[in-house]
Structures are given as C-alpha cells and as structure tokens.
Write a protein that binds this ligand. Structure first.
Ligand code: V55
Ligand code: FE
Length: 491
C-alpha cells in the first residue's frame, strides 16, 4: 500500500492489507467434517496508515479481527474488520498516524497524549460468551462475535484494576475459569504484575499484585492443575530509555531467566522464584503439568535470544540467523521444595505456535503440535511475519508425558508455502482436527491463502478440506476456535 516504508515489515507477505471484507459461500475443496461447526477467529496487525517512524514493525499494527465461519449447512463465510480502538479512531479522524513507537507514548503527537494507545492485535480470547481482542500493553477490546463490530474497551465491568491484560490467558478445562495476568500493571516499565482469576461466569474473582524480578516482556504463562507459573526472560524495559524516545524493549543476554511458581488459588506472597539460564527467551509455552511424583514440568518454545531482530538490534546484539538456536524445552521444578535452579532438557525441535487440545490444559498430556522449519526444503522459506521467515512444517509430538517425547508425524510444505498458527478442534470420536491458515506465494508479490482442515491423528496425509480465502491476508498472530454450541449459548 502507498506510503509505507519499504522495509521487511511492510513488504511482501507483510504488506499492509487494510481492507475490511465479507465473503459468503467460500469455495471448499474436499469435505469439511460434519462435527466441525463454529468460528475460527484470528487476530492480525494491519496498520491503517503509514507509521510515524520508518523503523516501525509488525507489533504496532492496528488490530484486525477476522472470522472464518463454518456454518450449520457446511457453507463457509469469511469476514474481517478493524478493531475500532480509541487509537484507530483518532488516526482515522486525521487520516494519518499520530502514535509513535511501539509501546512508547513519549513519541506520540501531543494531541493524542492520554488516549488509549493499545491496538488489540494479538489474540481473540473467548471466555464466558464474550470475545475479547487482547494485546499485552493494554486492556482488551470487546467485539461482537457475529458482526465483528467493536463494543469497546473491556475491564470486567470495572472490576479489573490492572491497566493491562495479557493476550495469553489459560482456561481450565474442568472449572471453566480463565487465568490471566497483566504486567506493567500500573504503568510503563513497572515491575508490577496483576494475577487474576475469572470465574466460568465471566466475573473477576481475584486480582493480586506482585513484583517481577525485573520488568520483563511477559508474553505468555501457564497453569497446571494446582499451580500458576510465571516465566521471566530478560527482554526488559526502562523508563528513562522510553522518556528519551527509545525502544520499549532491550534484550539483556547477561540476566538470568526466572520461573515464578505459586499455588494457583494461593497468595502471591507464596511465589517461589526458580532460577533459569541467562539470556534465553520464549514467546509461547505448550503446557505445564504435574507428574505422579508431584514434580512440575513447564514445556516452552525456548531460544537462546529474542527471536525478533527489531528487539535484538537496538539492544546491540549482532547475531547471524544460524546463531539463533533453540528447541522445545522442559524446565522441571519441585514446587514443594525450596526454590533452586530449574532442571532443563530439550524435548523437541526449534519452532513456535505450540497447540494442545483444550481438554489437556494444565494436565499431563500425550500429544502436542507445533510449527517448525522443514529441514528438507529446497529453497528459502517464505519471507514474512515478525521474524521475517515463516514456518513451513507442522509436527506432531507424542510421549509429552515422558522424558523423551518424539516427533511422530510431520507435514512439511513445498517452497512458497507456509503456515500460520494451527488451532485444535475436538472430535466426539477421535483425536480431533487441526485448522490452520496457509499462505502460498505465487509470484514476486502475489499470494493466495487457504484454511486447511487436518485430521489431528493423521496430519501427514494433508488436508481433508481446503477453503480458499478470496482476499489478501497478512500473517496471523493468534487464533481461537469457538464451537457453534458456544456461539449459540452466548448472549
Ligand atoms: C508478540 C506480539 C505482539 C506483541 C508482543 O508475537 C509480542 C509476539 C502482535 O503483538 O505486542
Ligand atoms: Fe503470542
């Protein structure tokens, strides 16, 4: 689109789309299984206007919410709308960007000082019949799940005191409670973290504040049946740097990581901080679970640095792509003993976007799925997303409840093809399904997009159905599957 910087974050697959669309009766190749009825919501950053600063990147883009609706009669619709945040409205009013750097309000135009600057672009969270578009730097926006119209900023009916809510909540499959946290809970670069539990009825039941060891980018966390686990990795914020107009985040390779563990219904004063290795970073965790001996296992997509070049480079970290390493990594601690070091083991491939069946959240689990790179690809990966290289292999791991999980199935892609985050859809009779949006580069600057339906027990055989999305899509951040029954029960 015109006027955008010709940097990697705004070209190719990352080129802004900026179009609200609504299509019905999409073309389907194959058959969508009859038990898959509901909506796949997705969150996508898509800047409506060229950024104020040319070195801007993916994470600042205005939130777009889209809905792939698989209807009762098997027909499929797709719609996409901007989240009408206060920021998006303020920029639309003048037809240009008014907010500056990622998470630095000191770089905003004077006239918009004090305006809520979150972009609601990271996860569509479904809980208690409400759809929330969440981003970790602010409060979520509530969106109508049918029309995708924005209802407004959401703070649990005035109950939430934290100024922020993570985009990575965890819903307990047995109690239906939603566990979440907000970091920088009382302002920029603060160490205050709010730990919150929401009842299955959507009411905020508890909010407790604690101090993190330092102000870290806390992107995700986990729960187990009895504990809440707060990982801290050394990508840190500094108020003086923000006031000087600098970046929100610098990665600090010399700082330790930490894993805070507390009984999930306990008091935050009970948090034990277990020490992890220096310099590592993880965006997403697969799960946490307790074994028969009461040990706590925390399974995460860990790297030896922050995966985002736009965070490493301002931090003065010059690493070649091949120096960036990692793998699905387990930290094991004894939550009943004294805090010590985590015990670390690598249990799976490098990659991200882990997914497990919702019923296994916080429980021992046999199977997980994640995205990684096809080691046998004949050519470069598709260029795009915040890392500038898209994943092109989906793997299934089994034996997750053992010390040595194994990759048992894989679906590698051909050059030019790549995956977005898959979601799991349960089945009444087997291990369920995965739905994932895939992108296909057909020319220098041309792409086509599909939603694939895969059988979770047989991913290697490829999609049982492929739905063509008749519009350009930017890379998705996260998605959420909401069944038709959940939609029908919602207010
Ligand atoms: C991430 C995404 C964000 C963000 C912080 O993928 C971290 C990780 C889309 O916004 O603000
Ligand atoms: Fe995320």
């Amino acid at each position: 689109m015109a006027g955008f910087p010709q940097t990697p974050y705004f070209i190719g697959l990352n080129e802004p789309v900026g179009q609200e669309v609504a299509f019905t009766g999409l073309e389907v190749e194959g058959t969508i299984p009859a038990e898959i009825r509901g909506s796949f919501y997705r969150a996508v950053p898509d800047p409506a206007f060229p950024p104020k600063f040319a070195d801007d990147h993916t994470l600042s883009g205005d939130g777009m919410v889209s809905r792939l609706s698989i209807n009762a009669d098997g027909s499929v619709d797709f719609a996409m709308k901007f989240v009408e945040t206060a920021r998006h409205k303020a920029e639309k009013a003048l037809g240009r960007a008014r907010f500056g750097k990622y998470r630095n309000p000191y770089t905003d135009d004077a006239e918009v000082q004090g305006v809520d600057r979150t972009v609601a672009n990271t996860t569509p969270v479904w809980h208690a019949g409400k759809l929330l578009m969440a981003k970790e730097d602010g409060l979520p926006y509530r969106v109508d799940p049918r029309t995708l119209d924005t209802i407004g900023s959401y703070n649990f009916g005035g109950a939430l005191k934290s100024e922020t809510m993570t985009a990575h909540v965890r819903v307990d499959p047995v109690t239906g409670e939603m566990f979440f946290y907000g970091y920088e809970a009382d302002g920029l670069a603060s160490t205050k973290v709010a730990y919150c539990v929401v009842g299955a009825d959507g009411q905020l039941k508890s909010e407790q504040w604690f101090d993190a060891p330092y102000c870290a980018m806390m992107h995700d966390f986990t729960i187990s049946e009895n504990y809440a686990l707060f990982p801290i990795y050394p990508t840190t914020a500094d108020l003086d740097r923000l006031k000087a107009g600098g970046e929100h985040w610098h990665h600090q390779p010399d700082l330790n990581s930490w894993l805070g563990v507390m009984p999930r219904y306990g008091d935050v004063s009970e948090i034990k901080w277990f020490k992890g290795p220096k310099g590592v970073f993880c965006y997403h965790m697969m799960n946490a679970w307790e074994d028969a001996d009461g040990l706590l296992h925390f399974d995460q997509c860990l790297s030896n640095t922050n995966a985002f070049a736009f965070i490493r480079e301002p931090s003065g970290i010059q690493m070649q792509p091949w120096e960036i390493q990692g793998g699905l990594t387990r930290w094991t601690v004894d939550p009943r003993g004294p805090a010590g070091d985590v015990a670390e083991s690598v249990i799976g491939p490098p990659g991200d976007f882990p997914v497990i069946p919702a019923a296994k959240q916080g429980r021992p689990y046999a199977t997980g799925f994640m995205l990684t790179m096809n080691p046998d690809r004949q050519g470069p990966p598709v260029f795009g997303g915040p890392v500038l290289a898209m994943f092109d292999m989906l793997v299934r791991l089994d034996g997750m409840d053992t010390a040595q999980p194994q990759i048992t199935q894989a679906l590698p892609m051909q050059p030019g093809w790549c995956y977005n985050e898959p979601l799991h859809v349960p089945s009444a009779s087997h291990e369920g399904w995965l739905i994932t949006f895939v992108d296909h580069q057909t020319g220098e600057n041309t792409f086509e997009h599909f939603a694939w339906v895969l059988e979770a027990g047989a991913i290697a055989k490829g999609p049982v159905a492929s739905i063509r999305i008749p519009t350009r899509l930017r890379p998705q951040v996260h998605g959420w599957w909401v069944s038709q029954a959940q939609l029908d029960a919602a207010e």
